[in-house]
Design a protein around this ligand. Structure first.
Ligand SMILES: [Zn+2]
Length: 224
């Protein structure tokens, strides 16, 4: 859930006496499952609240993809709203350690999962941009993937998967005559690979660098 963006439900009174969130969850930017903007999320189930400030749970279903999101909520002290504290699953966000433009492509891939062709193309662009960031700028994405394998930047399995993401992104991009479209599952797998590759090439490396620096700082400072 993004900072400053707090989905909420209006409080309704129940019988026997108590309070629950209303039938809809408002202010969710995108459905965590299908990424449609301003999703119509309908309550399936909710706890009953008895005290202001108390925390509880509710579940809401997306009207587009029928995916269920569970929400931890707090009965706000004004008594009018149930504010969400956490969403499970949460809307996906490309990690800040992934450099642009790869990060922007990955973010757009997350946000277009409801439109598989667009998501597959964005996943392909994200993979391409990640490899370019590692100095592989010559030729096509095809050549870049093979070069990355030769340099041991990718394992054999990763290179195979990268080629399948590349092929998936080519079909809608070149309006393939036989199979122009990508299925929702194919798009999801492409986006998952782009995310995994970003984690592997950038996020993990940045985490390791921070860990090494922290360990070195700890070594320099005298023991208590
Ligand atoms: Zn949805």
């Amino acid at each position: 859930m993004r900072e400053g963006h707090l989905p909420y439900a209006v409080v309704v009174k129940t019988a026997p006496p108590g309070f629950t969130p209303c039938d809809k969850l408002y202010d969710v930017g995108r459905c965590p499952h299908c990424a449609i903007a301003s999703p119509n999320l309908n309550r399936l189930w909710a706890d009953t609240w008895h005290t202001l400030g108390a925390e509880g749970w509710a579940a809401f279903r997306c009207n587009t993809c029928f995916g269920v999101t569970s929400v931890k909520m707090r009965f706000d002290t004004g008594g009018a709203r149930m504010d969400s504290i956490a969403l499970y699953p949460d809307a996906k966000e490309a990690h800040a350690d992934i450099p642009d433009p790869a990060r922007a492509f990955l973010q757009q891939a997350f946000q277009t999962l409801h439109a598989p062709d667009a998501a597959a193309v964005m996943a392909g662009s994200a993979v391409d941009a990640m490899l370019k960031k590692h100095g592989l700028t010559d030729g096509s994405l095809y050549a870049r993937i093979d070069e990355a394998l030769k340099l041991n930047l990718l394992t054999d399995g990763m290179a195979k998967w990268a080629h399948s993401v590349r092929l998936g992104s080519n079909r809608p991009r070149h309006a393939d005559e036989n199979r122009p479209h990508v299925s929702p599952d194919e798009a999801k797998q492409s986006v998952e690979f782009a995310e995994a590759l970003g984690n592997f090439l950038f996020v993990l490396t940045a985490k390791i660098d921070r860990g090494i620096k922290a360990a070195e700082t700890a070594k320099k400072s005298p023991p208590p």
